[in-house]
Design a protein around this ligand. Structure first.
Ligand code: C2G
Length: 671
């Protein structure tokens, strides 16, 4: 494609759409304002590790270089989370050398960004190098290529693989999108423009640089051809691809990619479709239609979308179908008791449960039946997020109960995200946009949810937790007796409930987390075994089975017991770390101890907390087994010491719960 006056053409195009300028303006101002011998481009959201700059400057001085660069690595927000091992594994440039041959052709910076490049200022000024302001997304490409080409022609381009520029991954595309995360239709157009211009500016005989640029074009097209085809005509697209200097480059690609590129060049888009589909299948291998998400969405749409939404069907899901528990259970039981046959009830349960009241339809999560019911039920009640593939239909009402007062930081309050995908914030934001109601147990939660979920306050029901209704029930002692019986807890023993949470950075895979027992069971059994049993309750994310065979008389495993609220009733005290469980437990006004063996790590590196654990908790924070056992032995004294704090805590977090939260919620939602 040849534009008579490319800059003007792009500029006009952009102005019509009033798109703000990208980094070019700032970079040009930087060049104008700089006074030193060298200029180095560092974006305001990125960072450098110590010693990133010094070797580059030294190398430039030693070799009288005009252009010096190093490696680039991805990382999350804080330098503390920088993963050296991974960065080294993924490094392109090793050692120190002239930027030529293999290093220039195959390993030089993949996207021709100006980040991390050190340039002589007099060289920039002499060559009148600047960034095209009119190109929002790709102004770096031609700047870098033109500078590099000029430096190469004098043999003065070098690299030092020991210097790392840290490129921060943005995990909040909603509030703080990186440039590449912004949606803009003109992107492909800009890219091609930038490519063409850069390609033309490469000086005679620099085939390696041509090659590197061509490969970059092919990679970008393979990654984003749907964007390209949306942003320009089919002819323009094919012409752009045909500008590749050495077309044999396509033979370097894998079977499918090679054919896709060749067919694109010949404008045979239709013939490319089977290759594109096959590539998608080959890449993901976990569903005919790409990802599992697409697969379920497709099934729901093709099979059940024509069925109307049923106005009197109510769907319940608690902890991804792991049990009949939590707030959905109590809302269901309230509905059953007060509205009976007016509604048809559907429960998502992956395993049989003896606890279920009434006679609801039971479906397994993500079975065909499940897809059928979530496509048709008007009312849907979840305590975690609804499935990502589920498209909410008109007339549907989603009630999100959530599953705890937040102690650990959530979604938009998190800086680095360790375990979940980079898209976590975006996906969360889209999903919670579908919730008609979100339950909050106290004003504190309301504030956090509003900010951390970016959720409208007026859709939050500050009703207290339905799951805590049972803690205020008149017959709670009878219920406790039954639970004691179910779990075979000896009559003469008091019960310590241990409720640790999961660790974001200790996992086997998605939703499968590791558990390490940090209680010294041997010591506890010896010191406390005469008076107590320990009721262990691991988090629903924990995949490990814990071997307790040496502690049969002392430890009872309540991890598979469906409803933790019933375990609260049977216990005399609760030990947790950072689980929200204690906010609920405090409704019983029984002692709570915090065993936080990894406090510093958790607070600063793993998750971050909303509450000052040293000041605001209703019980002592301990870090060793010895302290913990000591506290249990002197429980009365501790309760006395913490009475005032406990009262304050109760007032702040438990004041709404009174046994009627389910009623309040149902009356509001089903009004
Ligand atoms: N839970 C449980 N057993 C555990 C830990 C938790 O049954 N060992 C239940 C409790 O009902 C608790 C809920 O799962 O309130 C949430 O667990 P958390 O440990 O707080 O962790 P998480 O699932 O990350 O939720 O706002 C709340 C946060 O989202 C935390």
């Amino acid at each position: 494609i040849v534009y008579a006056n490319p800059e003007k053409e792009v500029e006009d195009w952009l102005f019509r759409r009033t798109i703000p300028f990208g980094v070019a303006t700032s970079r040009n101002i930087g060049i104008r304002k700089a006074t030193g011998k060298y200029i180095y481009f560092l974006d305001s959201d990125d960072y450098l590790l110590e010693d990133a700059l010094k070797p580059l400057v030294e190398l430039a001085e030693e070799k009288d270089a005009l252009f010096v660069t190093g490696n680039k690595a991805n990382s999350w927000f804080r330098p503390a989370s920088f993963d050296w091992e991974r960065a080294k594994k993924e490094s392109n440039l090793e050692g120190v050398g002239r930027l030529e041959g293999e290093f220039l052709e195959n390993r030089f910076s993949v996207n021709f960004s100006a980040q991390g490049i050190l340039l002589r200022r007099d060289f920039i000024l002499e060559k009148k190098l600047e960034f095209y302001r009119s190109n929002v997304f790709f102004s770096d490409i031609y700047f870098t290529v033109v500078a590099l080409s000029a430096a190469l022609s004098e043999g003065r381009a070098w690299f030092d693989g020991g210097s790392y520029y840290i490129w921060r991954q943005h995990n909040d595309p909603v509030h703080l999108p990186a440039l590449h995360q912004r949606e803009r239709k003109c992107r492909s157009f800009e890219y091609i423009h930038s490519y063409e211009y850069a390609d033309r500016m490469i000086q005679e005989g620099q085939t390696e640089l041509h090659h590197a640029l061509d490969r970059q074009l092919c990679n970008t097209i393979l990654d984003r051809f749907p964007d390209f085809l949306r942003g320009m005509t089919a002819n323009q697209f094919a012409e752009a691809l045909n500008q590749i200097t050495d077309k044999s480059i396509v033979n370097e690609y894998s079977f499918f990619n090679k054919h896709i590129l060749k067919l694109f060049m010949k404008k045979r888009y239709r013939s490319a479709i089977p290759f594109v589909a096959a590539r998608k299948f080959w890449r993901k291998k976990n569903g005919l239609f790409g990802s599992k998400i697409q697969y379920y969405r497709f099934l729901g749409k093709i099979l059940f979308d024509d069925f109307p939404v049923k106005k009197n069907w109510v769907f319940f899901e608690s902890f991804y179908g792991k049990g009949y528990a939590d707030s959905p259970k109590y809302l269901y039981e309230y509905l059953l008791e007060n509205y009976g046959n007016r509604y048809r009830y559907i429960w998502c349960l992956n395993q049989k449960s003896d606890m279920v009241q009434g006679n609801p339809k039971i479906v397994k999560r993500f079975s065909l039946r499940y897809i059928y019911y979530v496509t048709r039920c008007k009312y849907q009640i979840y305590n975690t997020r609804q499935p990502q593939w589920l498209e909410k239909r008109d007339d549907m009402v989603f009630l999100e109960t959530w599953h705890g007062t937040p102690l650990k930081k959530l979604v938009f309050d998190l800086d680095d995200i360790h375990a979940v995908s980079q898209n976590h914030k975006k996906v969360f934001y889209e999903q919670c946009g579908d919730w008609d109601y979100l339950i909050s147990a106290n004003p504190f939660s309301t504030d956090v949810f509003e900010r951390a979920f970016s959720f409208p306050r007026e859709r939050i029901l500050e009703s207290g937790y339905p799951r805590n209704d049972i803690l205020y029930s008149k017959n709670k002692d009878d219920i406790a007796k039954k639970v004691r019986n179910d779990l075979a807890i000896p009559e003469d023993k008091k019960v310590i409930l241990y409720v640790p949470t999961w660790r974001d950075n200790q996992y086997y895979g998605k939703g499968k987390y590791k558990f390490s027992m940090k209680l010294n069971l041997k010591m506890m059994m010896k010191e406390l075994g005469d008076e107590y049993v320990l009721l262990l309750r691991t988090h629903y994310y924990i995949a490990d089975q814990i071997n307790l065979k040496n502690y049969r008389d002392f430890v009872i495993n309540g991890s598979d017991y469906e409803d933790i609220s019933l375990l609260y009733l049977v216990s005399d005290l609760c030990i947790t770390d950072y689980s929200s469980a204690f906010f609920d437990y405090a409704n019983l006004k029984r002692p709570i101890l915090f065993y936080v063996y990894d406090y510093e790590d958790y607070k600063n590196e793993i998750r971050g907390l909303y509450i000052d654990m040293e000041k605001d908790l209703p019980g002592p924070v301990v870090q060793t087994n010895k302290e913990l056992i000591g506290a249990i032995k002197h429980l009365n004294k501790i309760s006395e010491e913490y009475q005032e704090r406990y009262d304050k805590f109760y007032k702040r977090f438990c004041n709404i719960d009174d046994g009627n939260a389910s009623k309040r919620v149902i009356e509001e939602v089903f009004k």
